[in-house]
Design a binder for this molecule. Structure first.
Ligand code: NAG
Ligand code: NAG
Length: 216
């Protein structure tokens, strides 16, 4: 092989290896049954002060009913104001902070939230579709928790349709997915219809593939 062919061969080999590595990251095969949390790769998905590892996930591990996340928020960092149609339970492992929940999300906008102190060994759940955010308001310590989230089948509408407890998507929408979805608000008074749909969620983006066929 001449010099030029060797370079091309090496480049193709590298490309192949990179593709294989990318595929295995999203594959449900070959993942060890017992995993050391300290060795799960954390990522901040472009959000400063944030760290997320998927402990058990639908795309990474083939989970069907629940997902478990391990997250750390540096002092001052927070989730956006958001809501979703799945159940969510938090177990605070370290640190402290503030939980904000607007339990009147059935109105046109989330509205003034209630404030709750959260602390190490506290646990809370977020009622389905209530807008909320979690904020590390402790200036001295990281806030770390496990998040357990259900992934019930639900429809994501193509338009910014408000998916509230009583409403359903219109029929015939070809962009229906059966997956968790997330609506993000700029503030507590942003109308539901203006909220941005975030789908797939940050950490699922690299592994998400449009399902070939709906399961239901
Ligand atoms: C888990 O991973 C951490 C970090 O690599 C390591 O220090 C620890 O020994 C591991 N635990 C076990 C039981 O292998
Ligand atoms: C959490 O609660 C359990 C049960 O009471 C206790 O054993 C543990 O020490 C507590 N941990 C923290 C960080 O307070």
């Amino acid at each position: 092989m001449g010099g030029r062919e060797t370079v091309i061969f090496l480049a193709l080999t590298l490309l192949f290896c990179l593709k294989a590595a990318e595929a295995s990251q999203c594959s449900t095969h070959g993942v060890p049954l017992v995993r050391n949390i300290s060795e799960l790769p954390p990522d901040n998905y472009g959000r400063p002060g944030f760290s997320h590892s998927t402990i058990a996930g639908s795309l990474l591990h083939g989970m069907k009913e629940v997902e478990v996340w391990f997250e750390t928020f540096a002092p001052g960092s927070r989730t956006p104001i958001h809501r979703h149609s799945c159940e969510e339970v938090f177990v605070v492992l370290k640190g402290s902070g503030t939980l904000y929940v607007a339990s009147n999300s059935h109105l046109k906008y989330p509205g003034q939230p209630q404030e709750f102190s959260i602390f190490a060994n506290s646990t809370f759940h977020v009622p389905v579709n209530d807008a909320h955010h979690v904020w590390n308001t402790n200036q001295d310590e990281d806030l770390q928790f496990l998040v357990i989230i259900s992934r019930p089948p639900m429809k994501v509408c193509r338009h910014k349709v408000v998916l509230l407890k009583t409403s359903t998507c219109g029929g015939g929408d070809h962009l229906q997915h059966y997956a968790r979805s997330l609506f993000i608000y700029d503030d507590w008074f942003m109308p539901h219809i203006a909220a941005n749909l975030k789908f797939p969620i940050y950490w699922d983006e690299q592994c998400f593939q449009t399902p070939a066929k709906d399961e239901l």
